[in-house]
Design a binder for this molecule. Structure first.
Ligand SMILES: [Zn+2]
Ligand SMILES: [Zn+2]
Length: 277
């Protein structure tokens, strides 16, 4: 077999992350998807260009839930991708998410999915799974490229056994480290919003993300993108320190590379060779 013909690199680029908008690209040069589209279409395409993914294929957009920091660009992006690809590009989401969309964020090309029922898209496998968040039927997504799984797990109020189980398969994890509980409680947010963020259907604190890692770390994991950090209620160094501490505790500091996903600029892509087809 001519390896060059079959050679693929898994590429994961966190293009934007935080309450101002979220978008991650996952692909292998032959097929690819965006997870969420919470910054403008212009920003998504500009940031892909900036990290060398200008011509990377986008075969679908996988939506996690209907909050505007995840779907804000859906309508415009749908039209743009249709023009770019010369065909309709599907936006996969649950029926609950679809019902929760505002008209201004509703794309034409919606395909409904069910949590727990993986779908095939070309040679990719897409696996939506339920997460606890205060929307209609939110999901996290796993994407399989060859023998590797990537997962995007943000916007969840607490670690669950299901999420830990999904984490165990991942080579690359985009994982929420939303807030530091002390900064949140001392910070400027109104009381009700603080309670919402802290609730079991809000967002993961640094400590809760670490609990998830304690439960879900496997030898497969190579990269974690610390994601959806709150500008007001977290600091990159606090999230990094918490993640490093738990990896050290688990003897995995040398195994796993950490990066902090940013709101205002894309991160250089994580690239991992794919072995099996
Ligand atoms: Zn969010
Ligand atoms: Zn949300």
């Amino acid at each position: 077999m001519n390896r060059s013909l079959f050679h693929r690199d898994l590429t994961v680029a966190t293009l934007a992350s935080g309450s101002g908008g979220n978008c991650t690209y996952i692909g292998d040069g032959h097929a690819g998807v965006l997870i969420d589209c919470g910054v403008s279409t212009k920003q998504i395409l500009r940031r892909m260009d900036e990290v060398g993914l200008a011509s990377a294929p986008i075969d679908a957009v996988l939506i996690t839930h209907e909050h505007s920091d995840h779907v804000g660009a859906a309508r415009v992006l749908c039209d743009k991708l249709h023009k770019r690809a010369g065909r309709s590009v599907p936006f996969f989401m649950t029926a609950g998410t679809r019902q929760g969309l505002r008209p201004a964020c509703t794309p034409d090309a919606i395909e409904e999915i069910t949590p727990g029922e993986p779908i095939r898209l070309r040679h990719l496998e897409l696996d939506p799974f339920s997460v606890p968040h205060d929307t209609h039927d939110p999901v996290g997504w796993r994407v399989r490229v060859g023998d590797l799984w990537v997962g995007v797990v943000t916007d969840l109020g607490r670690p669950t056994a299901l999420v830990a189980e999904k984490l165990r398969s991942l080579t690359v994890a985009v994982l929420e480290f939303n807030h530091d509980p002390d900064l949140l409680m001392e910070g400027p947010y109104p009381w009700a919003l603080k309670q919402r963020i802290r609730s079991s259907h809000g967002h993961l604190s640094n400590d809760q993300a670490c609990d998830l890692l304690r439960d879900g770390l496997s030898p497969a994991l190579r990269h974690i993108s610390l994601a959806h950090l709150s500008k007001e209620n977290n600091r990159p160094e606090k999230a990094l320190a918490a993640a490093s501490k738990v990896l050290a505790e688990l003897g995995a500091l040398g195994q796993v590379k950490l990066q902090v996903a940013l709101q205002d600029e894309p991160l250089a892509p994580i690239v991992v060779p794919v072995n099996a087809w």
